[in-house]
Design a protein around this ligand. Structure first.
Ligand SMILES: [Zn+2]
Length: 59
């Protein structure tokens, strides 16, 4: 799970590089929207969903 709650805010984490986005979100839904807009990708790995930031995606 790579949308994490921290201090009442939501943050996005990349499951590959572990990097946290600078943006934080009040709303879980906003975090999901941001993920889509920025080109993050969800992929299934060994039965678990992981989120991959644009920089870690193979082109
Ligand atoms: Zn990454």
């Amino acid at each position: 799970m790579s949308i994490e709650r921290e201090g009442g805010m939501y943050y996005l984490y990349c499951d590959i590089c572990g990097e946290k986005t600078l943006e934080s979100f009040f709303d879980f839904y906003d975090a999901v929207q941001h993920k889509k807009q920025e080109g993050w990708r969800s992929q299934k790995n060994q039965g678990e969903w992981e989120d991959v930031c644009p920089e870690c995606q193979e082109v």
